[in-house]
Design a protein around this ligand. Structure first.
Ligand SMILES: Nc1ncnc2c1ncn2[C@@H]1O[C@H](COP(=O)(O)OP(=O)(O)O)[C@@H](O)[C@H]1O
Ligand SMILES: [Mg+2]
Length: 250
């Protein structure tokens, strides 16, 4: 469904991504793990064409996009097929939960307001947040805010859901409710690309894992192979850090 070929992104002289290639099949859940600063967020942002890459090709079904110069039409076409969940929720603070979703559908997708409102209400029901529809983001707990952000990302029924460490800004007792929503989307067959340090969640949901360090994929494979039997020192050291011995699951 999606193929990225030879993606490179420079920030000044820093090579944030260095020739990354990957493919995601429809219905697959791929997680990305790796040390802080390794390029995970940059990779997700490049796939959503949030800023231009220095080099790279994105194939999204029949769309074939030069990631350096995507062009307005293709950029819009790709972005309309992707839902993006940010680590820090990125809800607009002066808009209610429902308005946050409606705005994206009306201004980002060009939907009529009435359709947008109906889709927003449905998406909020799906994340058990119908009762917070008229609340402002500041009135929500972190878990509720992230569920609202997931509803916003899912409201237009994207083909791919991208999540950047969706539970890492939450207090531990709030990660469970967000994990439950992600679990439900997974069981509905949603195609996902998710960065997470939550290796228990990755082990439970993901089909494949990519390990990104210094802007390169240093290891990839089926989830249990990589997590239980890492082949590189980078991966083993990372897993050691995020998974101290004796730590229990969710
Ligand atoms: N907008 C930016 N400007 C300059 N450097 C950036 C920018 N965004 C990310 N970087 C740098 O690129 C590298 C990769 O960052 P990032 O993708 O956020 O890593 P990760 O998400 O794996 O922690 C880091 O060294 C980071 O400092
Ligand atoms: Mg990041």
């Amino acid at each position: 469904m999606i193929r990225v070929t030879d993606l490179t992104k420079m920030y000044g002289s820093l090579r944030a991504l260095d020739g990354v290639s990957l493919a995601i099949e429809k219905g697959e859940i791929v997680t990305v793990i790796g040390p802080s600063g390794g390029g995970k967020t940059t990779l997700l942002r490049m796939i959503d064409l949030l800023e231009p890459a220095d080099h790279g090709r994105l194939q999204f079904d029949s769309l074939d996009v030069d990631m350096h110069r995507p062009g307005r039409t293709k950029k819009l076409a790709v972005r309309r097929r992707i839902g993006f969940v940010f680590q820090q929720f990125n809800l607009f603070s002066h808009r209610t939960v429902r308005q946050n979703i409606v705005d994206v559908l009306c201004f980002g997708h060009g939907w009529p307001k009435r359709d947008a409102e109906a889709a927003a209400d449905e998406a909020l029901l799906d994340v058990d947040l119908a009762d917070k529809r008229d609340a402002y983001p500041a009135e929500l707990s972190g878990g509720q805010a992230q569920r609202a952000a997931i509803a916003r990302a899912m409201a237009a029924r994207p083909d791919l859901l991208i999540l950047d460490e969706p539970t890492s800004a939450l207090d531990p007792e709030l990660t469970g409710e967000v994990a439950a929503v992600i679990r439900r989307l997974a069981s509905d067959g949603m195609t996902m690309l998710m960065v997470t340090h939550h290796v228990d969640l990755a082990a439970e949901l993901a089909d494949r894992v990519l390990v990104l360090a210094d802007g390169r994929i240093v290891e990839e494979g089926f989830v249990h192979d990589v997590l239980d039997n890492p082949q590189t020192d980078r991966t083993a050291a990372f897993l050691e850090r995020v998974r101290p011995p004796g730590r229990s699951g969710l």
